[in-house]
Write a protein that binds this ligand. Structure first.
Ligand SMILES: [Zn+2]
Length: 199
């Protein structure tokens, strides 16, 4: 309420305050955090650790990327964000996934993939947020996996977003059907118009 009152008050002197409040609001609404730490004390590349919970998703990513990746992915509730990408001075990259957020979507593997792939976009491809939208099946939907908020259309537009990200026709991937089967096993929030599996 306080923010809204200030927002509508007249006066140029409040300009910077408005910007600051808007920034805070945007950060609060964002599902993701980017932390680029500067920490010269940490020498050497730390050993790779990947929590088994992320194995299946990582396999999908590596297949489309065409190579293995060197990264750590583990659960941490340090941040309120669904996921955080950290890039250290020594080049080590790690992704922290919030266990509460991951648990909340226990029945939606598409959403889990979305969180993870978004953070991997930051950490492994160096991508920043991209909030462009496009028209799909009568709705305005996020055009990138790097959309800064929760993408409720991810299940429907996954194929398009991954093809944009990796520059490949993913349907031609010989693992595509097995991958869909894995994701569809837990897909509570999947829209009804998702392409059916071909048997
Ligand atoms: Zn992000």
């Amino acid at each position: 309420m306080i923010e809204l009152q200030i927002w509508f008050r007249e006066g140029a002197e409040l300009f910077y305050l408005r910007i600051a409040l808007l920034t805070v609001l945007v950060i609060l609404m964002s599902g993701c955090g980017e932390d680029y730490y500067r920490d010269g004390l940490r020498g050497g590349v730390k050993s790779q650790y990947i929590d088994p919970a992320f194995d299946q998703y990582l396999k999908i990513w590596e297949r489309y990327l065409g190579r293995k990746v060197n990264i750590s992915i583990y659960f941490s509730a340090d941040s309120n964000n669904a996921g955080v990408c950290r890039v250290w001075d020594d080049g080590h990259r790690e992704i922290q996934i919030n266990p509460n957020e991951w648990g909340r979507y226990y029945n939606d593997r598409f959403y889990r993939e979305n969180i993870l792939f978004h953070e991997m976009g930051h950490c492994l491809l160096g991508l920043r947020h991209q909030d462009e939208m496009f028209q799909y099946a009568g709705s305005r939907v996020p055009a990138s996996i790097m959309y800064s908020k929760v993408n409720h259309f991810y299940g429907t537009t996954r194929k398009i977003l991954l093809e944009r990200l990796f520059g490949k026709n993913i349907i031609k991937d010989r693992f595509y059907q097995a991958e869909l089967r894995f994701l569809l096993t837990k897909s509570q929030f999947l829209p009804a118009n998702y392409p059916r599996l071909s048997e």
